[in-house]
Design a protein around this ligand. Structure first.
Ligand SMILES: O=C(O)c1ccccc1N[C@@H]1O[C@H](COP(=O)(O)O)[C@@H](O)[C@H]1O
Length: 209
């Protein structure tokens, strides 16, 4: 996709309705709900339903899963009206498509992985974007680690979402360099792990737009 006038911003890992509303008011395009029990940002379906109900129109809710059992994903979907799914593990296209919902696929960047070949595997009607995150051994995401943005392809077969170690002081440079469709952040807008800091959220969104 070519250069866009406005880079979309997703703030991931929200845990309460008030913060979600504040993040929306700060200008976020999407909020992420983590359904991954080992994460400090994990939420129950009940918490997530309250958060989604607090969102104003045109702010998307994104449900994040990591190699989750399809039964668990379906049970969350029955309780929470999510707009988009984010698969952040080793899921393949068949797995991601089985829910009949739009999704984005995350990939953790490693030197031996051909990102364009990987992206091509997910080109399909339900896949709405490819998210790049940093590779950290043993942790699937939300680590606050970034990766080298040099030498990334400039043309992608899917809308590109950049994540991994972004924060208010590096997001503008990242956008200029990578020209993604959207950016996604979790750790970089927190002071305490799992707790969003609204000043950092505000600074991040101002720097990204
Ligand atoms: O946020 C989490 O706890 C998380 C857990 C498991 C997989 C992904 C997770 N978050 C996603 O990770 C990236 C990068 O996050 P960070 O900004 O470096 O902390 C981002 O896409 C989050 O959505």
């Amino acid at each position: 996709m070519s250069r866009h006038v406005h880079t979309r911003v997703k703030i991931c890992g929200l845990r309460d309705a008030q913060t979600a509303r504040s993040v929306a008011e700060a200008g976020a395009d999407a909020i992420g709900l983590v359904f991954y029990p080992p994460s400090p940002r994990n939420v129950s379906a009940e918490q997530a339903a309250e958060i989604v109900a607090a969102l104003p129109a045109f702010v998307m809710s994104v449900g994040l899963f990591v190699n989750e059992s399809p039964l668990v994903v379906s049970s969350v979907l029955a309780k929470v009206p999510l707009d988009l799914l984010q698969f952040h593990g080793d899921e393949d296209l068949a797995y991601c498509s089985q829910f009949g919902r739009p999704f984005i696929k995350a990939v953790r960047v490693k030197p031996d992985l051909n990102l364009l070949e990987y992206a091509q595997l997910f080109v399909s009607p339900l896949c709405r974007g490819l998210l790049l995150d940093a590779w950290v051994d043993g942790v699937p995401g939300g680590t606050g680690h970034s990766f080298d943005w040099n030498d990334l392809p400039t043309e992608w077969p899917l809308p590109l979402i950049l994540s991994g170690g972004l924060h208010p002081d590096n997001v503008a440079e990242a956008i200029v360099q990578v020209q993604p469709w959207a950016v996604d952040v979790s750790s970089g807008v927190e002071v305490i792990k799992g707790v969003k800091d609204l000043q950092r959220v505000d600074a991040f969104i101002r720097a990204a737009i």
